[in-house]
Design a protein around this ligand. Structure first.
Ligand code: PEP
Ligand code: MN
Length: 295
């Protein structure tokens, strides 16, 4: 039995459902076009920590070939405690991210965690991220549907594809047709151990493409939680046909304010980009941006 029925496609997710003519959506984020057939790389720190840090990271990821800069100013952390080491930068962080985006020429994506901060985030971001924990936060989805910016909708770690497309439908239903899905790992009984905090559901990529016209990315950082698994899963995402990836990059990963175990340093990110560019033609793809040749 299919978990997504004909009835669902016609009545519950008519806007997210695959079109009769097979036409897929392309979502423009500044100069990036997610879903246009090329492989789009979104990269940056888990958290925006300071203005010089995000400006430096923007330059580095752009030089390596990223198309969009990521960075969280509002973080839905697993535990409530904040410290000198683990902090959120809020509106300052949004401003720094915007500056880094303008300076590097990369569009920026950042997460919104609260309807009360929605308009503030919209003022600074080119794309709004709704995180895994908020995937079914209906008031947030409705705001996202009315915000006029493209939306990156992460999959909750317990959600079926049906639930996930239902959440996307809320955004589409409010009139925003620019929605990008992002698989970021799911929880099963044998996860939350060092070898797998989550299971990356790669099969959901072709499944989402079968049932929906929306582009789909894979986040190999938050799903694996361990840096040594990031590049293998990123390569698998390209091989399985994802429209791109969302990767944590930090100049000194072990010192990252949030998620220090998973970020790639510049060298590792650059190496990953080279591998993706070498692999892409084998699966009839192209990485969206070339590396900028530097001295
Ligand atoms: C993130 O991208 O920074 C993040 C918190 O991801 P997720 O919602 O997938 O946990
Ligand atoms: Mn993170």
């Amino acid at each position: 039995m299919k978990d997504i029925s004909e009835h669902d496609l016609q009545h519950n997710i008519p806007l997210a459902a695959a079109r009769a003519d097979g036409r897929r959506s392309v979502v423009g984020v500044g100069s990036a076009h997610i879903g246009d057939g090329q492989f789009t790389v979104i990269a940056g720190p888990c958290a925006v920590e300071s203005e010089p840090q995000i400006i430096e990271i923007a330059r580095a990821v752009k030089a390596a070939g990223a198309s969009v800069l990521r960075g969280g100013a509002y973080k839905p952390l697993t535990f409530p405690y904040r410290s000198d080491k683990m902090f959120e930068t809020g509106e300052d962080g949004l401003r720094w991210l915007r500056t880094a985006g303008d300076e590097s020429g990369l569009p920026v994506v950042t997460e919104v965690t609260d309807v009360r901060a929605f308009q503030q985030v919209v003022r600074y971001a080119d794309m709004i991220q709704i995180g895994a924990r908020n995937m079914q936060h209906v008031p947030l989805l409705r705001e996202a549907g009315r915000c006029g910016k493209p939306v990156l909708l992460k999959r909750h770690f317990g959600a079926s594809l049906r639930d996930w497309l239902g959440a996307a439908e809320y955004i589409l239903h409010e009139g925003n047709s620019n929605v990008v899905l992002c698989e970021r790992g799911i929880t099963v009984p044998h996860t939350h151990v060092p070898t797998s905090r989550f299971i990356v559901d790669l099969q959901v990529v072709p499944a989402a493409q079968e049932f929906s016209h929306l582009p789909i990315l894979v986040d190999p950082s938050h799903s694996t939680f361990r840096r040594r698994y990031v590049a293998p899963v990123a390569r698998a995402a390209l091989a399985i046909g994802a429209d791109g990836i969302l990767v944590d990059v930090h100049p000194r990963p072990e010192q990252a304010a949030v998620d220090p175990l998973q970020a790639l340093d510049y060298r590792a990110f650059d190496q990953l980009m080279q591998q993706l560019r070498a692999m892409a033609p084998v699966v009839d793809r192209r990485v969206a941006r070339e590396a900028t040749v530097t001295a």
